[in-house]
Design a binder for this molecule. Structure first.
Ligand SMILES: Cc1ncc(COP(=O)(O)O)c(C=O)c1O
Length: 383
């Protein structure tokens, strides 16, 4: 039999490599209610080819939600419903790039977005980051070097809010600078904003989309983290002319919008109040997990290990002592019963080999403390 789910469990290992939600927090009952309600309300229309942009009720809800969670709301004509953030990125590449175009990617970055970009295939160039996220001065210098060579970048992909893998939130100052640089150079910023709803301390900063000159940013959002990844549902907010180009794609025309039944069902979850209840539960659950892992790391890691506790998202980034290679450490860690992703997976070039990413989304607080203890034990064998 082929499996039903992507995750593969390994007995005896607390595997903090998977950035997946805990199945226990997925809103099964809310979706059962919403599915029945949508079929009762829309009947056969719920099962027809959908409007290319996505169903009106969901678009209206997204606009209203972003009015609260972001610095400004999009117009309904700025929104396109997609089959998740991954699909939004893929669709943008299809419509907006030709093979061989240069695309800038902050480094480190979400490693699976790099796989999508490589599928197209594009010429990927790394933009350096520092502890505060994407380095806007280094970006300016890179663009000047490229211009001297007659090279132009088409897109820049980045994750400014509760970054995967580093957890960093880009400052408002850098967000503004980035928007101005992109506008000046005619680069479309692709802002991956999938963790906006999962902020555990302060509200998420304004998206770059919300503060940039019109037409500079396509922001991609997702219900994978705020409801469930198996829904395969996300959205994009962009200038209405870019949104129109996406809606006019062969894919949306032939398929009649993306996942219209799921999109209507999610609109029902959102309008019924179940979305708010789910988000409140996720925030308190993940906040407790983040804190448990941070506490465990403080207790069990040697003092030369460095980490900053993230304000949201799923990930804790750890810097091991200089000279310790997280890839070489991994077999020792798995022997002690813990796993993670080595940081080198997230760099386009020049990886910092003494880094690793721990996802705190999947396990209960006591398991995360135990994972930290096992990691400390593994590190002690090599330092
Ligand atoms: C930064 C980032 N973008 C996109 C995704 C995937 O989103 P989706 O499930 O909506 O395709 C993830 C999932 O881990 C992610 O961390």
């Amino acid at each position: 039999m082929f499996p039903v789910v992507q995750i593969v469990h390994r007995p005896g290992i607390l595997d903090l490599g998977w950035g997946h939600p805990d199945p226990a927090v997925l809103p099964v009952a809310a979706l059962r209610r919403a599915t029945a309600a949508v079929l009762a309300r829309y009947g056969a229309d719920a099962l027809a080819y959908g409007a290319e942009r996505g169903p009106g009720p969901l678009i209206a809800w997204i606009c209203a939600r972003l009015a609260h969670t972001d610095a400004r709301a999009p117009e309904p004509t700025d929104v396109v419903i997609t089959a998740g953030a991954s699909h939004a990125l893929d669709l943008l590449c299809t419509i907006y790039t030709t093979p061989g175009d240069t695309v800038l990617v902050e480094s480190p970055t979400y490693h699976l977005a790099v796989r999508i970009l490589r599928d197209h295939p594009l010429n990927l160039v790394a933009v350096p980051s520092d502890a505060g996220g994407i380095d806007v001065d280094a970006l300016e210098m890179l663009l000047a070097r490229m211009a001297r060579r007659g090279q132009r970048a088409r897109l820049l992909y980045f994750v400014p809010t509760h970054h995967n893998p580093t957890g960093v939130c880009l400052s408002l100052e850098r967000r503004r600078a980035l928007a101005m640089i992109a506008a000046r150079h005619g680069i479309l910023l692709v802002e991956d904003d999938v963790y906006r709803e999962l902020s555990y301390d302060d509200p998420a900063p304004p998206s770059v989309w919300s503060i940039a000159p019109p037409g500079t940013v396509a922001r991609i959002g997702s219900f994978s983290k705020s409801l469930a990844p198996g829904l395969r549902l996300g959205y994009l907010t962009a200038d209405s002319s870019l949104a129109q180009r996406l809606i006019g794609s062969g894919l949306l025309d032939s398929g009649g919008g993306l996942n219209p039944f799921v999109a209507l069902t999610v609109a029902e979850v959102c309008e019924s109040g179940d979305f708010d209840a789910t988000i409140a539960h996720l925030r308190s659950t993940y906040r407790a997990r983040r804190d448990a892992l941070a506490g465990g790391l403080r207790e069990h890691l040697p003092p030369e290990c460095r980490f900053a506790v993230p304000g949201g998202g799923f990930f804790q980034w750890v810097e091991l002592p200089e000279g310790v290679d997280a890839g070489e450490l991994l077999p020792h860690a798995e022997q002690t019963g813990v796993s993670y992703l080595p940081g080198s997976r997230f760099y386009l070039d020049a990886p910092h080999r003494n880094t690793l990413r721990l996802a705190f989304s999947l396990y209960a607080p006591h398991q995360l403390v135990e994972a930290a203890r096992r990691l400390g034990e593994a590190i002690a064998t090599v330092v």
